[in-house]
Design a protein around this ligand. Structure first.
Ligand code: ADP
Ligand code: ADP
Length: 236
């Protein structure tokens, strides 16, 4: 069964001049559990809107959005809270808490959720930092880290609640090409090790070519093409 399913999703915005802009139009898409899925398209194509529909920041005007088998348009507030734990997200600009240590950054979503013991939080933070290869940075602050290391901390933070889905919004746009390559390799390893479904939004075709197994192209809010990548070139 797909872990993410969009069915005839429509999302429009009212523009200041009174016109209606269709950011996402009659879009249907299935993403399978464990996949590494790339969403590409030019600026304004609707990529961010699509991610926001999946991560519960926007609701569609019509159509349905399912994550983990749950229809997001019919969830109670409590179910929404649980579903949020099932969706991790990373951003171009990392969005780390600057005045918190690496430990506290990664522990943050678990503390917010409020259902984990101290011992459990401790174990999860160490486990996730090990996954991204940053175990030894646990007591440092973001300012002491390189861009690539900051993004690794952000990945560890996103994975701490053990989500089924990791959404990545332009995750390498602030990184140089060597750092990008090594980060994509880490994402690939994480996908293989823990089976988390990765959805990556980018305007760079090269990023999806090396990492993704399946790719969809968005144009003016519509899905215009979808294809499988035969042999992603990051080491498997
Ligand atoms: P992409 O991520 O592919 O660049 P977006 O999803 O950010 O595309 O945006 C698609 C279009 O939707 C943008 O050109 C913008 O005009 C419009 N849009 C997105 N969010 C809003 C909003 N909250 N209010 C009004 N218009 C929006
Ligand atoms: P409330 O209005 O109770 O504070 P929310 O604003 O979080 O709660 O959500 C209101 C309703 O909108 C929820 O019942 C939920 O079903 C729906 N909703 C919120 N985000 C999304 C989304 N991204 N996609 C579909 N439905 C959503």
């Amino acid at each position: 069964a797909p872990v993410i399913r969009l069915q005839s999703v429509q999302k429009s915005f009212a523009l200041p001049n009174g016109e209606v802009f269709d950011a996402v139009q009659s879009l249907s898409l299935d993403i399978q559990q464990g996949d590494v899925f790339g969403l590409i398209g030019k600026s304004g194509a609707g990529k961010s809107t699509l991610l926001r529909l999946i991560n519960l920041l926007e609701r569609p005007d019509s159509g349905q959005v399912f994550v983990g088998g749950r229809d997001l348009t019919t969830l109670s507030r409590r179910e929404l809270r649980d579903t949020r734990q099932n969706i991790g997200m990373i951003f171009q600009q990392f969005n780390l808490l600057q005045n918190a240590t690496v430990f506290d950054n990664v522990a943050f979503p678990l503390k917010i959720h409020g259902r984990h013991s101290k011992a459990e939080i401790n174990a999860r933070v160490r486990e996730c930092l090990a996954l991204v290869g940053l175990a030894e940075k646990i007591d440092t602050y973001p300012a002491q880290l390189s861009g690539g290391q900051k993004q690794r901390v952000a990945i560890a933070r996103a994975l701490a609640p053990r989500p089924q889905v990791l959404l990545c919004d332009e995750p390498t746009s602030a990184l140089d090409s060597e750092t990008t390559r090594s980060l994509l390799e880490t994402l690939r390893e994480i996908n293989q090790k823990i089976g988390v479904t990765i959805v990556i939004v980018t305007h760079e075709l090269s990023v999806v070519e090396v990492l993704c197994r399946n790719v969809a192209i968005l144009e003016k809010g519509r899905l215009v093409e979808q294809f499988a990548v035969d042999a992603p070139s990051v080491e498997r």
